[in-house]
Design a protein around this ligand. Sequence first.
Ligand SMILES: *Cc1c(COP(=O)(O)O)cnc(C)c1O
Length: 404
Amino acid sequence: MPDAQPEPQSVPQPPAGAGAALAAASSAALSPATLAVVAGRPPRTPDAEVNVGVSLTSTYVGSASTGAGGRGYGRFGNPTWEAFEEALGALEGGSALTFASGMGAVSAVLGLLPAGASLLVPHGAYNGTHALAGLLRQRGVLGDVVGVDITDPGDVREALAAAGAGALLWLESPTNPLLEVADLRALTELGHAAGALVAVDNTFATPLLQRPLDLGADVVVHSVTKFLAGHSDVVLGAVVVRDAELRTRLLQQRTLHGAIPGPLEVFLALRGLRTLHLRLERSQASAAELARRLAGHRAVRRVRHPSLPSDPGHELAARQMGGFGAIVSVEVAGGAAAADAVVDAVRLWLPATSLGGVESLIERRRRHPSEPAVVPEDLLRLSVGVEDVEDLWRDLDAALSSAL
Ligand SMILES: *Cc1c(COP(=O)(O)O)cnc(C)c1O
């Protein structure tokens, strides 16, 4: 362990990865599908490796005169992290930092707030975000925690006015699991006009479908566990920003709170990211097809997916997003018991929490006591994977019919 913690101002900045220049130079010219493949590679020199490897080291050789190199110590930086951060940064159009989990990333962002500041959070935000906000409120770290309806700019404007300057407006779009769509540009403008910092949890959309920094947001948060890594084999998070000072403060959070990711997890996430565009293309096409069929199923009360013309978020999502995403929520006729019966009856869909992997998952969200009460008891969240859509439909149709 190093003798002293780095001074806040001197938390070491990891050296820009070898491919940083490439990513920066090409992010304007190359499409996201290409960036997902090429960003974060070692330099193209004879005999260079094609992938940055799993860098297993707790410390780095420093210079005798200054006592430290650029990285210094394993908690400050790691070449495998830097490769992933370069790729995600290129995709989101900012500078990325990886964290040990999505919640580690959420935690670091909430840690930017001065003591007593207010947090505005969507009624239907991820339940972990709600739970953490509640904990910080209880301890007096946060002032007010105010639920907002992100589909209603008027409601957000009022809450911002009441919160005063220095608040954090937390956005998530589409939300987990109600799939509400927020007008990110409009709400970000409202937030900034009120002197608030604006963060967007972009886990459901991924940078391939929307880039919140381009829409004005200050901070983007990811549960990398989900679509970015994409294979249900790691838990990981990330934060992406453009502002250098914000980045320094977030790096300080990571270094001093110590919620650092393991290099193997980050390697797997980068490998998963290489095929994000292919996985998402297949998953969201299947999701839209399943949503369309489910809307006509007699065992279904309501389907939520922004691809459906009847969905309240359809028009906005069509304008704001490059696709409608791979999560579908279904409210089952017959209530919670019928929904549980569907989960018990599926044979191909995997009854499990989480989402965004290659395998399709199904879950009744209110089985978690921490799930916000705005989520209906009979709601099943479907994470559509990359299996054949007809196989997925037959299994779902049979399970729904058996639960009638
Ligand atoms: C899963 C999830 C998180 C939390 O991420 P972990 O990787 O599980 O810590 C945050 N936000 C959203 C939208 C999520 O789906």
